[in-house]
Structures are given as structure tokens and as C-alpha cells.
Design a protein. Structure first.
Length: 195
């Protein structure tokens, strides 16, 4: 089983996270940020990742530290759970409709960190959540998971739908990328021999 547990404690946040890449999509999430709880719950479900997360953060300041640090911890968990990446499919992509929104994601578990972020989010807030934190979350995740992720909104007018579409799309792309290809189960999917 490809399972990882991460703890992260700073002066701003205290995070405990467990990730199972080969799960059923079950989650128990308490981030202290309601909208992020919603996004991570559907991320786990659509990725078929089992995810347990608790975060105590300085949300009286704002949600920034919690959102970014959860992205860091989740990225570290992905990197650790993947190990040497032997047998993985490596690549995944999804075009996902969410009502009027249409979002594309593409993943390469390359070992190289890059975020191509092209989500056009029309409002600054969804409820009390600052929508600029969506990019902060994914940037932190990508840097710590050491992967390439492109997120692009093709259409959409509702900020909630665009962001939710991005989390669902990314989850499905990651699900495809981390899957084991039985034909190559003993191989590293790179001509370099390492990822």
C-alpha cells in the first residue's frame, strides 16, 4: 500500500495528514477553512485517495497560512507515498465540466515542480474564502510533490464552479498518473531511469 503520514508544525499551523493513494475516496478533513474542507473532500473522492487531515491554524489572521501549509503537507505526502514511482502511469489529464464551467488539468509526475495556473476566477471571494488562495494551494502542492500540473479554465462564470472543477479535474488526473500500469510494473517510466 502506498500510504504516507505527514506532520507539520510551525508558529502558524499544526497539521496532521495521512494519505492512501490506493484508497476508496474516503476522507475525514478538518482544515479550519470550510471551503477548503469541501474542495479536499471532493478531491479525495474523485481521486479515490483516502485522506485524513486536521489543521489548527491562525485563521484569526486569515486563511492564507492554513491553505498554503496544507498544500505543502499534501504535496509531501504524495511525494513520499509514490516512492521511486516504479510502475506508475506517470501522466494524466482530464477535461471536466462543472455546470457552465469547463476545466482542463494535466499532470506529469516528472520530479520537476511546475504549475501552469490559468484559472480565470471572476470574484475575489467565495463566501469568506479568498479565491487568490487557490493558486497558493496548488503552488505549494506542486513544489512539494515535485510534479508538473497545468490547470486551465476553458469556460465558466461561477467562481465556485471553476474552483470545484479544478479540484475534481486535478484529482482525476492525479488518479490516472499514480495508477500502476501492470505492463510496466517493475519499471521507472523514464528513459533516464529515475523520476
Amino acid at each position: 500500500m502506498r500510504i504516507s503520514s505527514i506532520t507539520r508544525k510551525t508558529s502558524e499551523t499544526e497539521i496532521s495528514l495521512t494519505l492512501n493513494l490506493d484508497g476508496k475516496g474516503e476522507s475525514r478533513i478538518s482544515s479550519g477553512v470550510g471551503f477548503l474542507d469541501h474542495m479536499l473532500t471532493l478531491f479525495a473522492r474523485h481521486g479515490r485517495f483516502d485522506l485524513e487531515l486536521s489543521c489548527k491554524g491562525d485563521t484569526w489572521v486569515d486563511d492564507h497560512h492554513s491553505v498554503e501549509d496544507i498544500g505543502i503537507a499534501l504535496g509531501q505526502a504524495f511525494r513520499e507515498a509514490l516512492g521511486d514511482k516504479r510502475g506508475i502511469c506517470r501522466f494524466g489529464d482530464t477535461i471536466l465540466p462543472m455546470d457552465e464551467a469547463l476545466v482542463l488539468s494535466a499532470v506529469d509526475l516528472s520530479g520537476r515542480s511546475y504549475l501552469g495556473f490559468a484559472l480565470s476566477i471572476p470574484t475575489q471571494k467565495v463566501g469568506s474564502f479568498d479565491t487568490e488562495l487557490v493558486e497558493e494551494f496548488w503552488q505549494a502542492f506542486v513544489r512539494n510533490a515535485c510534479l508538473t500540473l497545468h490547470l486551465r479554465s476553458i469556460s465558466g462564470t461561477n467562481s465556485h464552479h471553476i474552483i470545484e472543477g479544478a479540484f475534481k479535474s486535478a484529482a482525476r488526473s492525479l488518479r490516472a498518473a499514480v495508477a500502476i500500469d501492470p505492463a510496466f510494473a517493475s519499471e521507472i517510466p523514464s528513459t533516464k531511469g529515475v523520476l
